[in-house]
Design a protein around this ligand. Structure first.
Ligand code: AOF
Ligand code: ZN
Length: 361
């Protein structure tokens, strides 16, 4: 590999690492990373701001200031060419006098797609596209998925005991994984836009579904409950969390008695009308609100429904050495019983537990 290509890949890898910083925290916008490099030295850095603006490039350029003149900009996603809520990043790159722009992935957003690269080239800037494209696509996969398929990327998260169980029939909470694995699942929450469970799990476990890692509480996902009869208790921790700033959506039937609906709405719940258990429609509604990534976190019914409707794109399977025994609830997925078409992408150890990530080919 020639020296230039090698240097481009090295800085792009750093830009991709930087882009992870705001994953799941930029609203409908992807979390993009940008580095401005001059004579082999990073002179400016930026990552898409929380809630989505300003974009990565304008922040990196402001950080570099005059040093951006004649420099190379490394951007994980094609710079935008549209006049959105902020002026296009291509214009900023041109006016700061950047000499080269190296891009990893092109932007499927129809307002941008290819036009960003074209505008830069037309201004006499050397444009190199496709550097570490596959890695950037993986980093941006939730956003790419929403743009291309008009629905969020769905991750099924399961914690499975050594005897293949995810809980106990009597409803008591069973700690299947340990502290380290739980912390990792909270990182997953921080990096996701939304998290979903069924009403059965609400009633059995009264979960919060927030990210409770110190300092990351405000990275909690939007919480969604599948609750046909609108039975989510007003006294639940989910409802209490609304006052702490964690939105709660309840997807239920429009036929339910209006009193229930009003009570939930008064408590700050947003009720989504879904007429049946067709979750493709629900996913489209979530995508329409800018949600690109969704974790399905329980229980067995919700997991089974999403699997049966072939709406799962990724499985995060935590496994432990705990034995649940006789009255256990069997997991719809185990290492030896994967749904068709899933392939292992990553395997890691967290304390005494193991995480395997499977992705649909
Ligand atoms: C960039 N740099 O850091 C990001 C980009 O609503 P707007 O105006 O903020 O535009 C959203 C679109 O901007 C989004 O769909 C995607 O095409 C692009 N995101 N572009 O140049 C960034 N986050
Ligand atoms: Zn932009």
């Amino acid at each position: 590999m020639d020296d230039q290509r090698h240097e481009d890949e090295r800085f792009m890898a750093a830009a991709i690492r930087l882009s992870r910083w705001h994953l799941g925290a930029t609203g409908s916008n992807p979390s993009v990373g940008c580095l401005i490099v001059k004579d082999g030295v990073i002179v400016g850095r930026g990552v898409t701001a929380r809630t989505g603006r300003p974009h990565a490039e304008t922040q990196a350029l402001a950080d570099a200031g005059e040093a951006a003149r004649g420099a190379t900009a490394y951007v994980t996603l094609e710079p935008c060419s549209h006049q959105g809520k902020t002026p296009p990043c291509t214009e900023a790159l041109i006016s700061y006098g950047v000499a080269r722009v190296v891009v990893a992935a092109t932007d499927p957003d129809p307002r941008v797609s290819g036009r960003g690269l074209g505008m830069l080239a037309a201004a006499g800037i050397e444009v190199v596209a496709g550097v570490l494209e596959a890695q950037a696509e993986t980093q941006l996969e939730a956003y790419m998925n929403r743009q291309r398929r008009k629905r969020p990327q769905v991750t099924l998260k399961l914690a499975v005991s050594v005897d293949g169980m995810i809980g106990r029939e009597d409803g008591g909470q069973v700690a299947i994984t340990g502290r380290e694995a739980r912390a990792q699942s909270h990182i997953l929450r921080a990096e996701s836009d939304a998290i979903l469970i069924g009403i059965g799990t609400v009633l059995a476990d009264d979960p919060e579904l927030t990210c409770r890692l110190p300092g990351l509480e405000d990275r909690s996902p939007v919480r969604v409950v599948l609750d046909r009869r609108l039975a989510t208790p007003l006294s639940s921790k989910l409802v209490a969390g609304i006052r702490e700033g964690h939105p709660l959506l309840v997807a239920g039937s429009p036929d339910v008695d209006g009193g229930r609906r009003t009570a939930l709405e008064t408590a700050g719940v947003e009720v989504l009308d879904i007429t049946g258990p067709d979750y493709q429609i629900l996913l489209e509604m979530l995508a329409g609100r800018g949600i690109s990534s969704l974790i399905v976190e329980g229980g067995r019914r919700a997991a089974t429904a999403f699997l049966a409707q072939e709406l799962v794109d990724r499985i995060m399977l935590f496994s432990s050495d705990i034995v649940v025994g006789e009255d256990g609830i069997a997991s719809p997925v185990t290492r030896d019983n994967l749904p068709e078409g899933f392939k292992l992408r990553m395997e890691a150890v967290f304390g005494a537990d193991r995480l395997r990530e499977y992705i649909k080919a």
